[in-house]
Design a protein around this ligand. Structure first.
Ligand SMILES: NC(=O)c1ccc[n+]([C@@H]2O[C@H](COP(=O)([O-])OP(=O)(O)OC[C@H]3O[C@@H](n4cnc5c(N)ncnc54)[C@H](O)[C@@H]3O)[C@@H](O)[C@H]2O)c1
Length: 339
């Protein structure tokens, strides 16, 4: 795992205010959090009208974690090395996706981001990661604007072009997803279709586009689908029936794709994160302050996670370190679903 120790300061930023929402502190550094949040509908008992929160928050200040861990080549396991590998990340403009992109770049991969947003501007976390890849890590990250649900033809063309450019595609993280908090009795059919369309159909179309190119090239690879602990349990006090159903579907989709494609040497696994403290979550804490104290109590570590807590899992699942692992769900939730 030493291969993913930051060689120098990371581009992912910190939000000191959000750090208070976690009970843990990364050794010697501010807690780094994401730049934006998913489109979120909220609906409390007092209001039946869902409300969208912004997904375009301004990036927080930079976090320097250089002193967090000394860089050392000693003890690096070669299985974690991603040098020369080409990996696609959907939803990599911000949030968990961009933090995982940085981890893969640090491990040596070339990364292609697919996201429905236009390319993030100068000063964004994404651009800081891109600059770091260029200037410090000796690798590259490329950006492609595409909607994985409504732009499937475009999605396939882009993935084909990536395969042609490099002559290979080695992996995928399908992190593009949306969230909506609405009671089941108020859920509309169009909202349910939209949620399942992005979180399930969009993930399938992305995995399919990548596996299609791997099959055409006759290559092996590793696909990682971002699910959620919410795919295994109902979240106490968080009313997201269709989101949770979509994440259960992602877990089951992962098993089935693993079964179909294992014979080709294409592995498929899911990651199920617990609560990740992001700006979106911080806004929820502002609106529902009791969640800030209640949610950590719901897991065994009495803490909430941050995007950086999933860096190691991304490199592990995309590298040869996990070469005998497929059809599995890696639940990383502080024990939330293990009571
Ligand atoms: N934040 C959490 O607490 C949490 C917990 C468990 C799982 N997850 C999952 O992790 C993943 C990333 O979440 P996040 O918190 O970083 O969210 P986020 O909103 O910060 O990032 C999601 C990204 O996906 C992109 N996206 C959304 N719909 C898209 C589409 N149709 N086509 C292309 N791109 C699209 C967005 O533009 C955004 O850049 C999601 O799948 C989410 O469900 C998040």
């Amino acid at each position: 795992m030493a291969a993913i120790v930051p060689r120098i300061s990371r581009a992912t930023p910190s939000l000191s205010s959000l750090a208070r929402a976690t009970r843990r502190v990364v050794s010697g550094c501010a807690i780094a959090l994401r730049a934006g949040v998913a489109p979120l509908k909220t609906s409390s008992a007092s209001s039946s009208q869902p409300r969208y929160l912004s997904s375009q928050s301004s990036p927080p200040s930079q976090c320097d974690v250089a002193q967090a861990s000394p860089s050392s080549a000693k003890g690096i396991l070669p299985e974690f090395d991603l040098n020369g590998k080409v990996i696609i990340i959907s939803g990599g403009a911000q949030g968990l996706g961009v933090v995982q992109a940085e981890a893969l770049l640090e491990a040596g991969a070339t990364v292609h981001v697919l996201d429905r947003q236009s390319e993030p501007p100068v000063g964004s976390i994404y651009q800081k990661v891109a600059q770091r890849a260029r200037d410090e890590l000796g690798t590259s990250i490329f950006y492609h604007q595409v909607d994985v649900r409504t732009g499937v033809d475009n999605l396939n063309s882009i993935v084909e072009e990536i395969a042609a450019k490099h002559g290979r595609i080695d992996g995928l993280i399908a992190a593009a997803g949306i969230q909506q908090e609405t009671p089941a009795l108020e859920y509309t059919a169009s909202d349910a279709d939209r949620m399942l369309g992005v979180n399930v159909t969009g993930v399938l179309m992305t995995a399919q586009a990548v596996a299609r190119q791997m099959t055409r090239l006759g290559s092996t690879g590793s696909l990682v689908l971002i699910a959620s602990m919410s795919g295994s349990v109902a979240n106490r006090g968080l009313i997201c029936p269709v989101y949770n159903a979509s994440k259960a579907a992602v877990i089951q989709l992962g098993r089935n794709l693993a079964m179909e494609w294992g014979i080709k040497g294409i592995r498929v696994n899911t990651i199920s994160p617990g609560y990740i403290v992001t700006e979106m979550v911080q806004k929820l804490f502002n609106e529902f302050p009791e969640r800030e104290t209640e949610w950590p109590k719901q897991n065994m570590l009495n803490a909430l996670s941050k995007p950086e807590d999933y860096r190691g899992a991304a490199v592990f699942l995309l590298s040869d370190a996990s070469r005998f692992m497929t059809g599995a769900d890696l639940r990383i939730d502080g024990g939330h679903a293990a009571w």
